[in-house]
Design a protein around this ligand. Structure first.
Ligand SMILES: CC(C)(COP(=O)(O)OP(=O)(O)OC[C@H]1O[C@@H](n2cnc3c(N)ncnc32)[C@H](O)[C@@H]1OP(=O)(O)O)[C@@H](O)C(=O)NCCC(=O)NCCS
Length: 147
């Protein structure tokens, strides 16, 4: 497979089933209602920041984010990459990179000066992906408390 076969376009509601299936392949869990709700949220917030990668008409990856400012005391407009997944059958073919490049271009066009994401330390493979894209650890500590 070559990367020039990959098309990145805006996610459409008709893609929800395929995104749900890709997530199921990655995680082993099937959550259609969750994806319907989650994708609806991103499409309402900023449809241009909800992207899918397509090869030969088939959706093989997705990336969702948005530009925010003011959260967590971070005043500068910041693009957040929040949800992503590439079909395991297509991983390692620069699809994630293509999705990120498109999303970062969009963030810049919306005035973002930085892009951030959060990676759970238990998801080491995603950290490696972001490091390859030039992301560095940030001095922003998450805090959590059981409820
Ligand atoms: C992380 C993920 C998006 C990467 O997508 P991908 O299409 O396989 O990645 P790419 O082929 O575009 O790789 C881009 C770069 O990241 C690196 N990379 C990708 N996966 C990596 C890994 N597991 N470890 C280290 N580096 C990795 C590649 O080596 C490549 O670097 P290079 O361009 O310098 O050679 C994909 O593996 C995935 O969907 N993982 C599961 C995500 C998940 O769990 N989502 C649910 C929570 S939101």
């Amino acid at each position: 497979m070559t990367t020039n076969q990959v098309l990145v376009r805006q996610l459409d509601t008709i893609d929800i089933g395929t995104v749900t299936a890709i997530d199921e392949k990655i995680t082993g869990s099937y959550h259609p209602e969750e994806w319907e709700r989650r994708i609806g949220y991103y499409l309402r917030r900023d449809p241009d920041a909800a992207l899918v990668a397509v090869i030969d008409g088939e959706v093989v990856g997705f990336m969702l984010g948005e530009v925010r400012s003011g959260e967590f005391g971070l005043m500068e407009p910041t693009g957040w990459i929040e949800v992503l997944g590439v079909d395991p059958d297509h991983q390692g073919s620069s699809i994630g990179r293509r999705l990120a490049e498109s999303l970062l271009e969009h963030f810049k066009s919306r005035g973002a000066v930085k892009v951030r994401t959060l990676v759970d330390e238990g998801m080491g493979d995603i950290a490696g992906f972001f490091e390859s894209l030039g992301f560095e650890p940030a001095p922003l500590r998450p805090f959590v408390k059981l409820l």
